[in-house]
Design a protein around this ligand. Structure first.
Ligand SMILES: [Zn+2]
Length: 681
C-alpha cells in the first residue's frame, strides 16, 4: 500500500516539477531512433526539499535508499511509457534505467562525508556530499550501462524477450554487470549475453583530496612525515569531463566499496558543483584605519604594507622591494574558476637562501593555493596505469596544476634537472602543459595528448653563493646586469620579475636581520615588533583575500602610459642582431603589475601612479636581465629610503612624483608617435 502511495507521489512530483515532460521528450528521442536497446536510460532531477514537502516518505526513501527509490520511479515511468505508447520498442520494466539526480542534500552533518574522518560509511548505499580537490584523473573509457541476457536453452521461454536485463548500479564493477556464469531462474541453464544489445556509456575515474591536506604541501609541517589518502570518484556518462585537475568540487554521490586487486572505497558521483570560496566582507580595523590615514597618497599604503609584511620572518624595513613584489604576486591569485591570465612569476637572486626560503614559505601560506613543491614529487603532470584495471591512463596533477589559481614555489631553480627546466620554461611561456599518452606504452591503439592550462605563478630563487657559482668569471657584464649563468638565459627571461636580494643590494641592511635572527632564536614565538601585533598574519590573509577579489579597470591615462612605456622600452632595447629583447608577454606583465598595485591599494581603478610602480619594478628587473638602458632606474627606485616614518614617506612621494615625470618624458621621447627608430615600427 505504502509503495503505491509513493508511486502516486512520484508521479505528482514528476508532473509538477516538469520532470514528466522531460521524460516524454527523452522517450520521443528513443522512439524516433527506432533502435532497440537493452536499457533506456533517463535522468530524473530531484529537489529533495520539494519532494519532502510533497511526500515525506518518498523524500526519506530517496535520501536514504536511493536505489530502491529509483525503482519506484522506474515503475511509474514504465506505466507512463505503456499508457502513452511512448517507446514502441520497449518491452519490459527492467529495461528502464532511472538515475535520480539530486540538486542538493540537506545541509546536515549526517549527509557530509568528511574526507578526514575514518571509518567512512560505505555500506548504507545512500547519498552523501563531500568536497575535494582533483589531484588525478583518467582518460575516458567505456563501461557497460546495460546488457541483455538470454537463456541458452532454446526450449526455455526465457531464451527470448527482455526478461534478463542487467543494469549498472552505483559501486558495481564491470563484472557485476556482465559475466558468463549467470544461470536461468527457470531452467538453470547458463545465460548468454546478446552482444548486439549492449549499451555502453562513458566512464572516468578521478581522485580527490580534502583541501586540508594541502597544508602538507605548504611546507608548514616542519618536515614531519605526513600521510593523506585520496578518494576515488567514478564519473559516468554526462558527468564525464565535468571535473578539471586542480579545481575544488562539491560532489554528491553514493559511497561504495570496490574490490579489484585491492579493496577501495570510492564514490559514484551523482552531481558535481564547482566550489566558490567565500570572499571576506572587509579588512581588519587596523588596516582600514591605515588605509584612511594614507588616502592622500597612491603609494603610501602599499609602502607600509611591504615594510611591515612578514615581520615574523624579517625585520620591518628589510627586503621591502621583494616583499612588495610578493604581495603583488599574491594579490594576483584567484580562487575562481576563471582563466588566470595575470600571474606574476618571480625569480630571486640571493646569497641568503635560508632567509628567502623562509620568507617565501611564509608568504605562500597566506593564500589557499600556495603549494611548496617538494623535490620528491613532480612539478608537471605524470602518467601512470590506472589501478582499477580499466585500461585507462591516470594523469597525476603535479605541483603546478595543484597550485591552480595560486602560487607554486619550486625552491632553488638550480636544484631542478635540465629537462625539467626546459619543461618549466615552456610552461611559463605558453601557460599550458601537454601530456602525450603513448598508445604503445599504455595498451591503446592510438596515441593521445591532453593539454592543461597552467594557472599559477611560479616563485623560485637562485643561490649566488653556491660553490659552483662563486668562481664564475664575470665577463662582458653590462652596467647593472646580473650574472645568472648556469641557468638558461631564456628561462631567466621567462620570469616576469627578476629580483636581486643580495647584501649589497638596497633595502637589505645586515644588522637588523642579524638582530632579528638572534632575538628569534631566544624567543621563537615572541612578537618582536609593534607592527606584528597590530597587523597579524590573519589580517594579511584577509586583506589579500579581499584585495584579489576586487574587479579592477584601467583609467585611460594609465592605459596610455602602459602602452607608451611598453613601446618606448621595446624600441630602446632593440638591436639589429637580436631584435627586441622585450617579448609580447612584457605588456601582459606590466598590466598585471599595475593591476596588482591597484588591488593592493584596495582600489578598483588602475591609475597612472600604479603604472609608475609597475614600470619601475619592471625596469629594475630588465636592468638585471640585460643591463641599464636609456630610462635609467636606480636599483632602489621603489624604496629609495631606508626608514619609514611619516616624513620619509612624504619624501618618497616627492621622489616618485619626479620619477613619474621622468617616465612621461621617456615616453614622450621614445614612445609611439616619435620619429626616433621609426623604422622599427
Ligand atoms: Zn531457461
Amino acid at each position: 500500500m505504502s509503495n503505491l502511495k509513493m508511486k502516486e507521489a512520484a508521479l505528482i512530483y514528476l508532473d509538477r516539477s516538469g520532470g514528466l515532460q522531460k521524460f516524454i521528450d527523452d522517450c520521443k528521442y528513443y522512439n524516433d531512433s527506432k533502435q532497440s536497446y537493452a536499457v533506456y536510460r533517463f535522468n530524473v532531477l530531484i529537489n529533495p526539499s520539494d519532494i519532502v514537502e510533497l511526500d515525506a516518505e518518498l523524500g526519506n526513501h530517496i535520501l536514504h535508499q536511493p536505489l530502491k527509490a529509483a525503482q519506484v520511479f522506474q515503475s511509474v515511468c514504465y506505466i507512463a511509457v505503456k499508457t502513452l505508447s511512448l517507446i514502441g520498442q520497449l518491452q519490459t520494466e527492467t529495461q528502464i534505467n532511472i538515475v535520480l539526480k539530486l540538486t542538493h542534500l540537506p545541509p546536515l552533518p549526517s549527509y557530509c562525508l568528511d574526507l578526514c574522518e575514518f571509518p567512512r560509511d560505505y555500506t548504507s548505499q545512500r547519498f552523501y556530499t563531500m568536497q575535494g580537490i582533483v589531484i588525478a584523473m583518467t582518460t575516458v573509457t567505456k563501461y557497460t550501462q546495460g546488457a541483455r541476457f538470454l537463456c541458452s536453452d532454446e526450449a526455455c521461454p526465457l531464451s527470448k524477450g527482455f526478461q534478463y536485463i542487467r543494469v549498472h548500479v552505483p559501486g558495481a564493477t564491470e563484472s557485476a554487470t556482465v559475466r558468463s556464469d549467470f544461470l536461468c531462474n527457470l531452467c538453470s541453464s547458463s545465460l548468454q549475453e546478446d552482444r548486439k544489445f549492449r549499451v555502453l556509456g562513458d566512464k572516468q575515474i578521478v581522485e580527490i583530496i580534502t583541501a586540508k591536506s594541502l597544508h602538507a604541501f605548504q611546507g608548514c609541517c616542519n618536515n614531519q612525515p605526513f600521510r593523506f589518502q585520496s578518494l576515488t570518484v567514478f564519473l559516468r556518462d554526462e558527468s564525464v569531463n565535468k571535473m578539471n585537475i586542480g579545481n575544488e568540487y562539491k560532489v554528491i554521490g553514493i559511497p561504495a566499496c570496490v574490490k579489484t586487486s585491492q579493496t577501495a572505497i570510492c564514490i559514484e558521483a551523482n552531481s558535481i558543483t564547482f566550489c566558490i570560496p567565500k570572499v571576506p566582507s572587509g579588512i581588519s580595523d587596523n588596516f582600514r584605519c591605515l588605509l584612511s590615514l594614507t588616502s592622500s597618497s597612491c603609494w603610501k599604503f602599499t609602502a607600509i604594507l611591504a615594510n611591515i609584511f612578514a615581520s615574523q620572518i624579517v625585520p620591518p624595513g628589510t627586503y621591502n622591494l621583494l616583499k612588495l613584489c610578493l604581495l603583488m604576486s599574491l594579490v594576483q591569485t584567484s580562487d575562481r574558476n576563471k582563466e588566470l591570465e595575470n600571474c606574476l612569476d618571480i625569480l630571486i637572486v640571493t646569497s641568503d637562501t635560508i632567509l628567502i626560503d623562509r620568507l617565501l614559505n611564509f608568504s605562500i601560506n597566506l593564500v589557499p593555493r600556495g603549494i611548496r613543491h617538494s623535490v620528491s614529487t613532480e612539478i608537471f603532470p605524470t602518467l601512470s596505469r590506472n589501478k582499477y584495471g580499466t585500461g585507462a591512463v591516470s594523469i597525476q596533477a603535479g605541483s603546478a596544476l595543484l597550485a591552480k589559481g595560486g602560487i607554486c614555489f619550486i625552491g632553488d631553480l638550480a636544484s631542478h634537472k635540465k629537462d625539467k627546466l626546459e619543461q618549466l620554461q615552456s610552461a611559463v611561456e605558453s601557460r599550458s602543459i601537454t601530456v602525450y599518452i603513448s598508445g604503445k606504452k599504455f595498451g591503446d591503439d592510438v596515441d593521445q595528448q591532453m593539454t592543461f592550462p597552467v594557472q599559477c605563478s611560479f616563485w623560485s630563487f637562485l643561490d649566488m653563493d653556491s660553490p659552483s657559482r662563486r668562481n664564475i668569471q664575470k665577463t662582458n657584464m653590462l652596467i647593472g646586469q646580473m650574472d645568472c649563468s648556469l641557468i638558461p638565459a631564456n628561462l631567466v627571461e621567462a620570469f616576469a620579475l627578476l629580483i636581486n636580494c643580495n647584501e649589497s643590494s638596497p633595502c637589505h641592511p645586515l644588522l637588523p636581520t642579524v638582530q632579528h635572527t638572534l632575538k628569534k632564536a631566544i624567543d621563537p614565538e615572541g612578537l618582536l615588533y609593534l607592527a606584528s601585533k597590530q597587523f597579524t598574519t590573519e589580517d594579511f590573509e584577509k586583506l589579500l583575500a579581499f584585495a584579489k577579489n576586487l574587479n579592477v579597470e584601467f583609467s585611460l591615462e594609465a592605459e596610455r602610459m602602459i602602452h607608451g612605456y611598453y613601446l618606448a622600452s621595446r624600441r630602446i632595447r632593440t638591436d639589429s642582431i637580436c631584435g627586441s629583447k622585450l617579448s609580447a608577454s612584457a605588456l601582459k606583465y606590466l598590466v598585471s603589475l599595475s593591476e596588482a598595485h591597484a588591488r593592493l591599494n584596495l582600489r578598483n581603478k588602475v591609475l597612472k601612479e600604479d603604472v609608475l610602480i609597475a614600470a619601475l619594478l619592471f625596469e629594475t628587473s630588465l636592468t638585471l636581465k640585460y643591463g641599464a638602458a636609456v630610462f635609467c632606474v636606480a636599483p632602489n627606485a621603489v624604496f629609495p629610503f631606508e626608514q619609514y616614518d611619516e616624513e620619509y614617506l612624504e619624501q618618497r612621494d616627492v621622489y616618485l612624483t619626479e620619477c613619474q615625470q621622468q617616465l612621461q618624458q621617456f615616453i614622450a621621447t621614445y614612445g609611439p608617435g616619435t620619429a626616433i627608430f621609426a623604422s622599427d615600427e
